[in-house]
Design a protein around this ligand. Structure first.
Ligand code: ZN
Length: 142
């Protein structure tokens, strides 16, 4: 019985840290991924806003629905396959802190649609529901 030289086993591809779509300098898994997986909750309306943008970017429908206020949430979300959300700029916010029950976040969300760049400028309203921040509605401007 010959001893074969041990064949080096192929190393599992190291998961390359993936930058979080929300724009914070963090890996997706440690940033919005924790919220999407239900391991953490947004403590501010802005954090929820970022995590929802990321959820659009990674098409996490379940997270978008459960972070949507029950009175305004759609039954389901149809992601447009031609649309990619690429970057989020937070322009400003009011309230929405750990001790608030309401807040607004104004943002500009950049996307490409069939390769053409576009942006959504919106002021969103967030309210707490069962103590967790939820998205209520938004006013799209310009
Ligand atoms: Zn993030």
């Amino acid at each position: 019985m010959s001893r074969r030289r041990p064949v080096p086993r192929p190393q599992p591809a190291r998961a390359t840290p993936k930058a979080c779509p929300c724009g914070l300098p963090a890996d997706y898994d440690d940033c919005c991924g924790r919220l999407h997986r239900g391991e953490a909750q947004a403590s501010t309306a802005e954090q929820l806003m970022r995590s929802r943008f990321s959820a659009f970017a990674v098409q996490d429908e379940a997270y978008l629905i459960r972070s949507w206020h029950p009175t305004t949430r759609p039954p389901r979300i149809d992601f447009d396959p031609a649309m990619r959300w690429v970057r989020l700029d937070i322009l400003g916010s009011t309230d929405g802190g750990p001790f608030h029950t309401e807040g607004t976040v104004e943002f500009r969300a950049h996307y490409t649609e069939r390769g053409r760049a576009g942006e959504l400028h919106e002021s969103s309203r967030f309210v707490r529901h069962d103590s967790a921040w939820t998205y209520l509605d938004g006013i799209v401007s310009g």
